[in-house]
Write a protein that binds this ligand. Structure first.
Ligand SMILES: [Zn+2]
Length: 446
């Protein structure tokens, strides 16, 4: 009896001893092919609320490794991170096996895993894991993976999940991303494949008011585009989640005859309503492309439904899409439910067609009031130069109206359902560019 008590006491104190150790420095043994690896594990507190760092370090004759990763004290998140880290370690051990003891004793291998944590919103973190492996032959191999951790839903969010349609978004965003790459980088097959492949946009994350496009395969290059520019491609829930990250918009500068005193280029926005329409919209897109001009199309949902390819083309060519309702009814004469339905159906059609959400609204006929504005939820985009193209159907008259009325900051109203508008466009653009105007989308005007 007495002996048993003794054994119990010894076991109990031993357990206590191990527990005390576990608080700060835990020594665990992991079995790996009959050899025992001794890890030094350490959890350090960090300045990020609720996130600590776990560290494991091993120094062996054949290799050394150092692994650092975040701990959220949320079982679901922590298990996934642990699994990710274990996968990377397992890959390293598999490489060691393929190299063999003899080579390793000549030239020990090394493995490190570190991470960078960027808070991107309330309870939302972007974590970039970087591994660096040296196996004694050739160069170090480097990988980089970014995950977004949502403490609210206790799960990881992949970059692709942020987008309405990641594949369509990748196609449309290729140009702006590629424009930020050097010539050498843009010709890099691996970068191109990663951006356009099945995993396109998986390495995308949010950093304050920017969206970062990261490339793995040891390409540490990152491209950063303003969150505001990417917002139309994002699902509503995420757009709203990050809304506070977007820098507050400056109030629109009043229209002036000359460019502002700061010497900035004069700006004007070409806008096209009531489309898409097979012949005239395509003709207008051709002219815009020829002069490298981007415009804003206020589309009718009912027509988007018929000609989705034209809307997709607009997005691919860098144009902005706004909502002009589903069926072109006067909003001031509709019930709140009817207005909402007009907008929601159009949004759904545009999202399906092109993978973007129309974030601005131009009510049919420009008809609006306080009540309508509240239902729309944003201030409607009207216009300051009306070309009357629907009435005059005369390219000369359209051009003349623009010449007489355009100012810095003008929003020019046209309709992409008339052949005559398409015919006038070339001369309008040539005139405006000669006058020193930079032609931008409505969003870029503000
Ligand atoms: Zn209209």
């Amino acid at each position: 009896m007495k002996q048993r008590k003794m054994v119990f006491a010894v076991l109990a104190s031993l357990t206590m001893f191990i527990l005390v150790l576990a608080v700060n420095l835990m020594v665990t043994a992991v079995n790996k092919d009959d050899q025992t690896i001794v890890w030094a594990t350490d959890v350090k507190k960090s300045k990020y609320n609720g996130v600590d760092i776990k560290t494991r370090v091993a120094e062996e004759a054949l290799y050394n490794m150092a692994v650092h990763y975040p701990v959220f004290s949320e079982a679901e998140l922590d298990e996934q991170i642990e699994r990710y880290v274990r996968t990377k370690e397992t890959q390293f051990f598999a490489e060691l096996d393929s190299i063999g003891t003899e080579a390793l004793s000549q030239q020990p291998a090394s493995f490190s895993l570190t991470f960078r944590l960027i808070p991107a919103g309330e309870g939302f973190y972007c974590i970039t894991f970087m591994t660096d492996t040296y196996t004694g032959t050739g160069e170090n191999s480097v990988t980089q993976d970014t995950v977004m951790a949502d403490a609210a839903s206790k799960r990881f969010v992949s970059g692709r999940e942020l987008f309405i349609n990641p594949d369509k978004a990748a196609r449309a965003l290729q140009k702006p991303v590629w424009d930020s790459l050097s010539e050498e980088e843009s010709e890099n097959e691996q970068i191109a494949q990663h951006f356009m492949g099945e995993q396109a946009l998986s390495n995308v994350y949010i950093e304050e008011n920017n969206v970062i496009f990261a490339f793995p395969h040891g390409q540490t290059k990152q491209v950063r585009l303003p969150l505001k520019k990417i917002s139309p491609y994002m699902k509503k829930e995420w757009r709203e989640r990050f809304a506070s990250n977007v820098t507050k918009e400056k109030p629109q500068a009043p229209e002036t005859a000359e460019a502002s005193s700061s010497g900035q280029k004069k700006k004007a926005a070409l806008t096209f309503d009531d489309g898409p329409n097979p012949d005239s919209t395509a003709a207008i897109l051709n002219v815009l492309k020829k002069y490298n001009v981007r415009a804003t199309f206020y589309v009718l949902g009912s027509r988007v439904d018929f000609y989705p390819d034209l809307v997709e083309r607009m997005v691919l060519e860098g144009h902005e899409i706004g909502s002009h309702s589903w069926s072109h009814k006067d909003f001031t004469k509709l019930s709140p439910e009817e207005i909402k339905m007009e907008l929601d159906r159009t949004t759904a059609a545009v999202e399906t067609a092109a993978g973007v959400s129309p974030l601005s609204v131009r009510p049919p006929y420009g008809a609006t009031n306080e009540r309508v504005n509240q239902i729309i939820g944003t201030s409607p985009v009207l216009w300051s130069v009306d070309t009357l193209d629907w009435k005059n159907r005369d390219p000369k008259a359209i051009t003349e109206i623009v010449k007489q009325n355009v100012r810095n900051g003008s929003v020019i109203l046209m309709h992409d359902i008339h052949k005559t508008t398409a015919d006038a466009l070339e001369e309008v653009i040539i005139y405006l560019q000669k006058q020193g105007y930079e032609l931008v989308t409505v969003d870029e005007l503000y």
